[in-house]
Design a protein around this ligand. Structure first.
Ligand code: CTP
Ligand code: CA
Length: 228
C-alpha cells in the first residue's frame, strides 16, 4: 500500500468538489450572489476525505469552517471557480455541488457606481457564465474524471429537470435536490434528494446534509474504490 494518505476505500484517489455560491461583481463594492451555504458541498468533501480520497475543495464565499483533511481553494466568481477546478484536475472524481451563478455582469464597473441627481438608475447587463459541470463532464480544456456528479436544485418538475440536466451536461450522476418552499434545503441542515443516473432514479429519505454526503461518498467508493 502507498505510504502516504488516509487509509480507506478511496485511498490514492483524487477528488475535486465545488461548493458554495459564486459572487459576480457589479463594481468594486457590490455583487450578485445566491443563498447557497456551502454546507452540502463541504460535507461531501469531508466525507470523501474520510474514505481516504485526496480532496481539493473549490469553494465560493461561505461562512462555514473549512472541512478537515481537505485542500481548500477559495474563489469568488464562476470564472475563477472554473480556473481553479481545471487546475485541480486530473482527478478520479468530480462532484459539482456549487450554486454557480448562471450569469455574470457584462458591464462591471471598475469604480464604484455613484448616484447622480436626476439620472436614471444604472442597468446591469448580464452575460452567461461558463458551465463548470458541463466542461468537466465533456473534458473541455481538461481531462475528464472517471466519475462526474452534479446537483440539480429545482423547485418544480424535479426529476424531469434532473434527467434533462444529466443528458445535457454529460455527467454520470445527478443528485436532484428539492428546494421548493418548505423543504428547508438552502441554509438548512437536511436535504431531500434523489440519485439519478442513466438507468433510473433512487429516492433517498430526508437526511442530514452530512448523511447525504456520507451515503454519496459510499456510492462513489462502490464505483471507484479499492482497485476499481
Ligand atoms: N453548474 C456549474 N456551472 C454553472 C451552472 C451550474 O457547474 N455555470 C452545476 C452545478 O454545480 C450543479 C449543476 O450544474 O451541479 C446544475 O446546476 P443548476 O443550477 O441546477 O442547473 P443549470 O444548468 O444552471 O440550469 P437552471 O439553473 O436553469 O435550472
Ligand atoms: Ca443554475
Amino acid at each position: 500500500e502507498a505510504a502516504l494518505g488516509t487509509p480507506g476505500p478511496l485511498a490514492g484517489k483524487k477528488a475535486v468538489v465545488t461548493s458554495g455560491p459564486t459572487h459576480e461583481a457589479i463594481d468594486p463594492v457590490r455583487y450578485i450572489a445566491n443563498h447557497s451555504s456551502g454546507k452540502q458541498g463541504h460535507a461531501i468533501a469531508a466525507a470523501l476525505a474520510a474514505l481516504g480520497a485526496e480532496v481539493t475543495l473549490v469553494s465560493g464565499p461561505v461562512h462555514i469552517p473549512d472541512p478537515t483533511g481537505v485542500k481548500v481553494v477559495r474563489v469568488r466568481s464562476a470564472s475563477e471557480m472554473l480556473d481553479a477546478v481545471k487546475a485541480a484536475l486530473p482527478a478520479d472524481m468530480a462532484v459539482c455541488a456549487a450554486a454557480v451563478a448562471d450569469w455574470t455582469v457584462a458591464n462591471r464597473a471598475t469604480e464604484k457606481r455613484k448616484k447622480k441627481a436626476g439620472a436614471p438608475p444604472p442597468v446591469i447587463e448580464l452575460a452567461p457564465n461558463p458551465d463548470i459541470l458541463a466542461a468537466v463532464s465533456k473534458g473541455e480544456g481538461c481531462s475528464r474524471p472517471r466519475l462526474v456528479v452534479g446537483f440539480a436544485a429545482e423547485t418544480e418538475t424535479l426529476l424531469d429537470n434532473a434527467r434533462d440536466k444529466l443528458a445535457r451536461k454529460g455527467c454520470d450522476w445527478i443528485v436532484a435536490n428539492d428546494v421548493s418552499e418548505g423543504t428547508g434545503t438552502f441554509g438548512g441542515d437536511s436535504n431531500v434528494v434523489h440519485l439519478v443516473d442513466a438507468k433510473g432514479v433512487e429516492d433517498w429519505p430526508r437526511l442530514g446534509k452530512d448523511e447525504v454526503a456520507a451515503r454519496l461518498a459510499l456510492r462513489i467508493a462502490a464505483v471507484l474504490g479499492e482497485g476499481k
